[in-house]
Design a protein around this ligand. Structure first.
Ligand code: 13P
Ligand code: 13P
Ligand code: MG
Ligand code: MG
Ligand code: MG
Length: 363
């Protein structure tokens, strides 16, 4: 059976700052979604990461389907209404346009979708990040899908031996989507040359070269490209199929344990490590350190098993303790050097205005 997985995510308001959505908002969003399970949807699961609400849908309507996107839009709109009633901060923050126009692309929410023929066993995971950029997934996914130092399946499994195809998006393009398609391992250095620049280039999807099957899809919406100014961080989501012809679920652990420095955190304007956390974790008052959570499911005829939280077992407490040290070390140098983003990436225009004023004082 051909199944579509759609993950749609938006920040529609949070308690006491950019922390987490309220119980009432989450309940409203879930109510709207639940009504369609068994109708438009085969199944649904709702969770949050920091201040972002993530909707996972399974259905048979394909990607970019108007009815599916409209359901998410409706859930986010009704949730926003509750957020406004409660006076939550940034109510409706990611709903950048007033009217729905056929699909969610360009309206603010993050979207990641894939359609595939369901395997007899179809394990997959959803990754959701807060306080960071779409390119935040570049390094972990490169290591899982292209580097045998991390991904033992590339050596041990004949299914993975031909490698994976990367579709990489130029995130700076505002007029139209612009992609490049590169095969690993032959084009490994070209892939690395692009992915190293996580502000400019982001993995959009990854494909099995042997089977032509989609392995991973990442949302690539840059809010600044839509709004033309800082309206919060992009906070990407991803869907990844695992096992058999794809890397094993546990092969994703070590690359995420690296916790690479990514853009985001406070005012979307700094570099801090991407910390793996449990699903439904509030944003951290430690400078809004970027976070990623992962839930894995099994799928049967489009219905989800209960989720397993990928960053909940005891290993991750130790990893987090190290990531906190790494984050604190960077923060010690305050605004200086790589702690704050380079000028062209700075999301706040205040500093540009300040420098302009100072220009007059130069002689
Ligand atoms: P199990 O025997 O626990 O299924 O181990 C499977 C495995 O090889 C995991 O990588
Ligand atoms: P989000 O609302 O996009 O999570 O980020 C807000 C922010 O900049 C916190 O400092
Ligand atoms: Mg927010
Ligand atoms: Mg957020
Ligand atoms: Mg955001």
């Amino acid at each position: 059976m051909k199944i579509t997985l759609s993950v749609l995510k938006a920040d529609i308001g949070s308690i006491g700052g950019h922390t987490l959505p309220s119980r009432r908002v989450l309940t409203k969003v879930e109510e709207v979604v639940r009504e369609e399970v068994g109708r438009l949807l085969l199944d649904a699961h709702v969770f949050h990461i920091g201040d972002d609400i993530v909707l996972l849908f399974s259905h048979i309507h394909g990607i970019r389907n108007a009815a599916i996107h409209e359901l998410a839009w409706k859930a986010f709109r009704e949730g926003t209404q509750v957020a406004k009633e409660e006076g939550l901060y940034g109510a409706g923050q990611d709903l950048l346009k007033d009217a729905f126009s056929g699909n969610l692309h360009g309206l603010g929410p993050q979207v990641a979708e894939m359609e595939f023929e369901e395997r007899p066993a179809e394990p997959f995971m959803v990754l959701a990040a807060d306080k960071t950029e779409p390119g935040a997934f570049n390094l972990p996914l490169y290591l899982v899908f292209a580097d045998p130092m991390y991904s033992s399946g590339l050596l041990l499994s004949s299914e993975l031996r031909p490698g994976f195809r990367f579709r990489i998006m130029d995130l700076a393009q505002t007029e139209r989507d612009s992609y490049i398609v590169l095969d690993a391992p032959e084009r490994l250095y070209d892939i690395a040359a692009l992915l190293r620049d996580s502000h400019r280039f982001g993995i959009e999807s990854i494909w099995s070269r042997r089977y032509g099957e989609i392995a991973a899809v990442v949302s690539t919406t840059r809010l600044r490209n839509i709004a033309g100014r800082y309206v919060g961080k992009d906070d990407p989501v991803a869907i990844i199929r695992t096992q058999k012809i794809f890397p094993a679920t546990e092969e994703f652990g070590p690359p995420f344990a690296l916790a690479p420095f990514v853009a985001g955190d406070t005012r979307g304007s700094h570099h801090l490590p991407l910390m793996p956390v449990k699903a439904n974790t509030p944003a951290s008052t430690f400078f809004c350190v970027p976070m990623v959570c992962g839930l894995a499911f099994s799928l049967k005829e489009g219905r989800f098993s209960e989720p397993v939280d990928l960053f909940a077992d005891p290993v991750w407490d130790t990893v987090r303790a190290k990531v906190v040290e790494k984050a604190q070390e960077m923060r010690r140098q305050g605004f200086y050097g790589p702690a704050m983003l380079p000028m062209e990436e700075l999301e706040y225009t205040g500093i540009a205005e300040r420098l302009k004023e100072l220009e007059r004082e130069f002689s």
